[in-house]
Design a protein around this ligand. Structure first.
Ligand code: HEC
Length: 415
């Protein structure tokens, strides 16, 4: 698996050289606008390539789905894995499980999602070898580590190898029988709220059908989070990437507060064997450039429409074709049409962030926030836009330890 992403790396480095040679200063000339479109296209093509290098060629078959990846709980475990030790099958333990409850970042809020973090082998090995899961190690780096290349008054963890990658996946619980309501993000019909735009505020709902027992295009009325949706469109579960829940996975997930809350909100009961988890959102970070290459994917029932559908390669098969994508590798460039800093967010993960002065999660950018990842633990909100402002941002204070863009490393579970 890591070999494949390794293969993509060469391409990525080439791409990065081209991208950074593209100036973005003058907003006025047509030539600049043209260059920005070109840059974006190249970035998009690359992000699709990264996704196709890590999903199984067989399309949506769950066997082998991300089998070479390590769950966050393995990466940040107090003890190393022993050879031959039985691993928890994919998708592993929910986000934050390796830390005691009081040390976890708040992952669920009012609109919980079943969420996992995964690392490829090079990322796993790097974090284990350098003991970056330990707080005392980060403290030692704070005292005697290398200075950060971009912010020399800060320290930094040993740089991640360029073939390291991490993923965040978000899943919707699906009833094995009957219809499960699921919100769909349609940005143009959504009234944006300053308090954040979590999925309970989205306008449209589809009805996911796990068995084939319903014959019509539309489902009967469904109630979700207190709202009635008269005739949601019916969607087959096979149109989403999904995994089947067995007894031990149900037990593992229901021991986690956020996942349990998600199941009860959607299904009206805890998850049980026979249910499914359907992939609704996927974040990928690839360490192939200094600020990282970031790609984000979300499911849509009209996946051929709009700018986020563009550039999808024919090689993407099956249900993977039903995900929209956006990507970025810079907190500012290429700029938005109104001249403001580049936006790149996932409706499932970031839309819920409230406006703290510079905009809500729907104007956020992966690089802008992840560049702030640093130890000691610091709040990742409010959303900021554009390049870092070291003088106005405590995340860039002298002596802090930058953690290679990874927020999970900035919040070490082993104390
Ligand atoms: C406002 C801040 C913010 C923004 C914007 C943001 N993230 Fe994150 N992200 C986080 C935090 C905080 C975590 C850590 C969650 C945890 O493990 O507790 C995280 C975790 C991740 C992880 C898992 C590895 C890690 O760093 O722990 C990936 C991969 C990721 N985000 C990708 C993305 C992508 C892709 C985007 C843009 C589409 C994005 N993020 C936008 C804050 C942000």
């Amino acid at each position: 698996m890591h070999k494949k992403i390794g293969g993509v790396v060469t391409l990525g480095v080439l791409f990065f050289v081209v991208a950074s040679a593209t100036p973005g200063q003058s907003r006025d000339s047509e030539l600049d606008a043209h260059r920005e479109v070109e840059t974006l296209q190249r970035q998009r093509a690359h992000a699709w390539t990264i996704l196709s290098s890590i999903v199984p060629a067989s399309g949506n078959k769950q066997a082998g789905l991300f089998s070479g990846w390590f769950n966050e709980a393995e990466v940040f475990a107090a003890k190393d894995q022993r050879i031959g030790q039985r691993r928890v099958p994919f998708p592993g333990l929910p986000i934050g499980s390796s830390a005691p409850a009081e040390l976890r970042l708040n992952h669920y809020g009012d609109a919980p999602l079943i969420t996992f973090v995964h690392y490829n082998f090079p990322a796993y090995r790097h974090i284990r070898q350098h003991q970056l899961y330990r707080e005392d190690r980060l403290q030692e780096i704070g005292r005697a580590g290398e200075n950060d290349a971009t912010f020399p008054s800060m320290k930094t963890i040993p740089p991640l190898p360029s073939n390291a990658a991490a993923m965040m996946t978000g899943w919707w619980p699906i009833d094995a029988k009957g219809l499960t309501p699921m919100p769909v993000w349609d940005p143009h019909t959504t009234e944006l709220k300053a308090g954040g735009n979590n999925y309970t505020s989205w306008k449209r709902m589809v009805a996911i059908e796990a068995d084939d027992s319903f014959a019509s295009e539309q489902s009967p009325a469904l109630v979700f989070a207190g709202r009635t949706f008269p005739a949601p469109r019916r969607v087959r579960l096979d149109d989403l990437v999904h995994v089947k829940v067995d007894r031990s996975m149900a037990l593992r997930l229901m021991a986690d507060t956020g996942s349990r809350k998600a199941a009860v909100l959607v299904l009206g009961r805890p998850l049980q064997a026979g249910d499914y988890l359907a992939l609704v959102g996927l974040h990928i970070f690839s360490a192939e450039s200094l600020t990282g290459i970031w790609g984000t994917f979300w499911w849509h029932d009209q996946p051929m429409e709009g700018s986020f559908a563009q550039d999808r390669p024919d090689g993407m098969k099956g249900a993977w074709r039903n995900y929209l994508m956006d990507t970025t590798s810079d907190a500012m460039l290429p700029r938005e049409p109104d001249g403001s800093a580049r936006i790149c967010f996932n409706p499932w993960f970031e839309a819920k962030f409230p406006d703290g002065g510079q905009g809500t999660g729907v104007t956020s950018n992966c690089v802008s926030c992840h560049s702030r990842a640093s130890y000691p633990t610091i709040d990742f909100l409010p959303v900021r836009r554009g390049y870092p402002e070291p003088l106005n941002d405590p995340a860039f204070a002298t002596g802090r330890v930058r953690t290679g863009q990874l927020w999970s490393v900035a919040n070490p579970p082993v104390r």
